[in-house]
Write a protein that binds this ligand. Structure first.
Ligand SMILES: NC(=O)c1ccc[n+]([C@@H]2O[C@H](COP(=O)([O-])OP(=O)(O)OC[C@H]3O[C@@H](n4cnc5c(N)ncnc54)[C@H](OP(=O)(O)O)[C@@H]3O)[C@@H](O)[C@H]2O)c1
Length: 258
């Protein structure tokens, strides 16, 4: 299937590894040019080299911390300088720490807000003039399965990402007349460094993966490219009638009928 992404410009945040990198690779493999951001310059440069080695869409790395107020402006300026337009924004960031409610003070809450909600607000707001000029746009937010089902120790992530889901619903209504769609993709358990770091070190790696997957109907942890496939479809013109949705990629882990 031709996803009609050739020559589109996609901004992908937090894309030096894990889910963001997989999204950038998948978009570039379809011919989109990608502007990728993360903090560590070496890892980011290596990701861009890997994407460029595909010989499809071009990857431009821009070192940024998504929490910084000026990050969006810097990123967008670079995208316009290189490609002259913006078609797609994939909002992503690192995740807040795991823990129980009483272990987090005001500072931890404020940091999670800046990392996972305010960054999404700033980037979304600042791409809109460019998407309106183009006459269409795609905003895709990476959230978490915890917006659909209980996930232990994820009070920061869940609370803040509910805000992202709410914002996306508002935006999908406000921006529908501009042909700009806004959707959320909710990863279940997908094997990235963030997840590897949470595996018990007392058993071997494969055993630890199997233990974590035992309650997942598909009996395995997902691969980043499986989430990226959905993001790439939502970014494409083929998904033009999907907006305001939150779709999980979770091997069936959400047990509710929604
Ligand atoms: N993997 C899963 O199963 C899963 C499940 C639910 C939700 N999620 C959420 O999905 C998102 C991505 O997770 P992941 O598993 O891909 O994590 P990961 O493998 O740890 O990758 C995180 C990426 O984000 C970048 N990053 C972190 N903080 C940043 C910042 N302040 N500014 C710019 N870039 C930043 C990192 O690069 P630098 O460190 O160099 O900046 C890296 O490229 C997270 O919000 C996570 O909570 C993941």
């Amino acid at each position: 299937m031709d996803l009609q992404l050739q020559g589109k410009t996609a901004l992908v945040l937090a894309a030096s590894k894990g889910l963001g990198k997989a999204c950038a690779m998948a978009l570039a493999a379809e011919g989109a040019n990608v502007v990728i951001g993360a903090r560590n310059q070496d890892t980011l440069r290596a990701a861009a080299d890997e994407i460029n080695a595909l010989g499809k869409g071009i990857a431009v790395p821009v070192p940024i911390d998504v929490r910084e107020p000026e990050a969006a402006e810097k990123f967008i300026k670079t995208a316009i300088k290189h490609f002259g337009k913006i078609d797609i924004l994939v909002n992503n960031a690192g995740g807040p720490p795991f823990g129980k409610f009483e272990t987090f003070d005001d500072t931890a809450w404020a940091q999670a807000f800046e990392l996972n909600l305010l960054s999404t607000v700033r980037f979304s707001r600042q791409v809109l003039p460019y998407m309106r000029t183009t006459g269409s746009g795609r905003i895709i937010n990476i959230v978490s399965l915890s917006v659909k089902t209980y996930l232990e120790n994820s009070v920061l992530s869940t609370s803040i990402r509910m805000g992202v889901v709410g914002m996306a619903k508002m935006l999908s209504n406000e921006l529908g007349p501009d042909n700009i769609t806004v959707n959320n993709v909710a990863p279940g358990l997908i094997l990235t460094d963030r997840v590897k770091d949470t595996l018990p070190k007392t058993v071997d790696f494969e055993e630890a993966l199997a233990q974590r997957a035992k309650d997942i109907p598909l009996k395995r942890i997902g691969r980043p490219e499986e989430l990226a496939a959905l993001v790439t479809f939502l970014a494409s013109p083929l998904a033009g009638y999907i907006t305001g949705a939150t779709i999980q990629v979770d091997g069936g882990a959400v047990k509710g009928p929604y």
